[in-house]
Structures are given as C-alpha cells and as structure tokens.
Design a protein around this ligand. Structure first.
Ligand SMILES: Nc1nc2c(ncn2[C@@H]2O[C@H](COP(=O)(O)OP(=O)(O)OP(=O)(O)O)[C@@H](O)[C@H]2O)c(=O)[nH]1
Length: 301
C-alpha cells in the first residue's frame, strides 16, 4: 500500500542494447557491483542472458544482459538474435547504449529502428564511455542521440570511471512498474553458479586470442563438488573449440597457455565460491559446433 508518506517501491526488468563493444557488460557489472557479466575487448562475447540485480532503496532493478544485435551469419548468430528478441519483448525498460567516442552510424540506426518493434518497453538512451572525450563532445553526442527518437531520458555515463551511475539507476528505477521486491536483498544474480563459472573460464580463455577464435570457444561444466575432507571445491570443465588447430592454440606449448587460463579463471572463481578451487579444464574439439543444431543444444544454446 502506498500513501503520501511511503515512497513508491518499484521493481522490474531492464536490458542494455547497442552495437558490440559499446560497454554494455561493463555497465552491468558497474551497476550491480559484482562481476556478473563477462567483459572483453573482443566484440560479441556475451552469449547468455545473465541477470544482475541492483538493490536500491527506491526499487529493484533487474538487468538482463543481452548479446549484441547483429546480422546473423551462423546458426549460433540466429539463436543469439532470437534470444535478444525474446528478452526485448519481456523487459520494462530498454537502455540503448551509444559510445561518446564514436559517431552515430548505420549500426546504431539499425538497432534504433529494431526498437520500434517493442512498444511496451520504455526507452532510455545511455551515452557510454564519456571519460574518453571532452565535455563539449559529450554535449554534441547527447544532441545527436536526442535526434534518434523521443527518449524517456538520455543519460551520459562512464562505467569505468563510475560517473553518473547513480543518476542512471534512479532514472531506470523511476520507469519501472510499482511492485514489491522480486528477489531477496542478498541476491545479485540468478544465473546459476555453474553457468557463471563457465563464463569466467571462457573469459579467461579469451584473453590474448585473436580473430575468429572467440566465437569458437564454449565452456561446459562436467562436475562441481565440495570435498568433505578439505575446504575445497573441485571443478571439472570442458573447453570446446571447433578445430584441432584451435585446440593447439588454446593449450599452447607444453600446456603453458592452458595453465595460464586455469590460473586466471581460478583467481576469479575462488572469491565467487568463497573456497579454494581445484580446476581441471579439458580442451575438446566439437567440429563446427556453431553450425550444428545438435551440438548447440548440448553446449547449452
Ligand atoms: N574508457 C571506457 N571504456 C569502457 C567503458 N565501458 C566499457 N569500456 C571498454 O569497452 C570495451 C567493451 O566493453 P564491454 O562491456 O565488453 O562491451 P559490450 O557492449 O558488453 O560488448 P559485447 O559483449 O561484445 O556486446 C572494454 O574494453 C571495456 O573496458 C567506459 O565507461 N569507459
């Protein structure tokens, strides 16, 4: 119940869209305050709709992280796009991210036009990476963005320098429906522990790889168990690539690269599970899995 003295509590779903690499995942992480979506300097590395939850006195903002919208070239690309469409059909607010340091181009216009198909969602423009450019340049970009459509709000932010994040949260929450809490206060994501671990391993494996390889990597968790005798979690993971040659690249000379991947991933997983982690990663080849419907299913897409 709401009266004049009780501020309205709001809760609902928002998602960030925009071209690859505009900073959607970094923004999600900065808002949620915990590492929930993987970030990478490679485009199109976000595959799963991972939710981060922002708990605020005014409301609860549940962020669904979507993959970048792009024209599909493979079966994986098509599934990613249909995932994006489902997500956009469900959310209360769509935050369209446009970087301050790049001119609005055909890619941005394409996505902006797609948003017309989701009349239910309120649309907010977010100008990202404002730390990269001068104040007048931010102003110019805000003006250019305002010409795209009639936005509920236009908010300039920097996720890495943490500028205006509180303003963005307030704007987004104000656009959510009145609602009681949808999640308990201590929850920051509902992505299963296993899928978060798989994403952290994939992120570690992506560091330092080039070209088409990022799209060829998938990670599945075979087993995750706590040892009774020790304060230790044992994780057995499979890292899938498409070709034997890629397997060689991932493993590296005498396993050196795979060793680094394991160490990097472990450093991220241990704080997540709150225990020491034994991590075993096996590299396997699933030929052309991006084009194979059965394999895509097995790998969780
Ligand atoms: N300077 C600056 N760089 C940023 C900011 N936000 C993100 N970046 C960088 O931009 C790159 C892409 O960021 P991501 O968050 O992975 O971008 P994304 O839009 O989620 O990318 P996809 O998953 O490929 O769609 C990374 O190198 C980030 O460090 C920011 O506020 N300022």
């Amino acid at each position: 119940m709401t009266d004049d003295t009780t501020p309205t509590f709001r809760a609902g779903f928002a998602t960030f869209v925009g071209r690859p690499n505009v900073g959607k995942s970094t923004l999600t992480n900065a808002l949620v305050g915990e590492k929930v979506a993987i970030t990478s300097s490679k485009p199109q590395t976000t595959r799963q709709a991972i939710r981060g939850i922002v708990h605020d006195p005014a409301g609860q903002l549940i962020i669904v992280d979507t993959p970048g919208m792009h024209r599909p070239r493979t079966l994986l690309g098509e599934r990613l796009n249909s995932l994006v469409q489902q997500t956009l059909g469900d959310v209360d607010v769509i935050g369209f991210c446009i970087p301050a340091d790049e001119k609005i181009g055909p890619g941005d216009r394409y996505i902006n036009e797609q948003l017309d198909a989701y009349p239910r969602a309120k649309k907010v423009a977010i100008v990202t990476k404002i730390d990269e450019v001068s104040k007048p340049a931010v102003g110019d970009q805000l003006f250019a963005v305002s010409q795209l459509r009639d936005w509920e709000a236009i908010v300039p932010v920097s996720a890495t320098s943490r500028i205006q994040l509180d303003v963005l949260v307030a704007e987004l929450i104000a656009l959510l429906p009145e609602s009681q809490k949808l999640y308990p206060d201590d929850q920051s994501t509902d992505a299963g522990l296993e899928s978060r671990i798989a994403e952290l391993i994939r992120e570690a494996a992506l560091e330092g790889v080039r070209d088409e390889l990022p799209h060829s990597i998938a990670v599945t968790i075979d087993d995750l168990s706590e040892r009774d005798d020790k304060d230790l979690v044992e994780i057995y993971a499979n890292l899938w690539v498409e070709r034997d040659s890629q397997k060689g690249i991932i493993i590296g000379p005498k396993g050196s690269r795979l060793g680094e991947v394991g160490a990097r991933a472990r450093a991220e997983i241990e704080p997540l599970v709150g225990k020491q982690v034994y991590l075993n990663i096996r590299v396997k080849v699933a030929k052309d899995w991006q084009r194979d419907a059965k394999l895509l299913g097995r790998l969780g897409f």
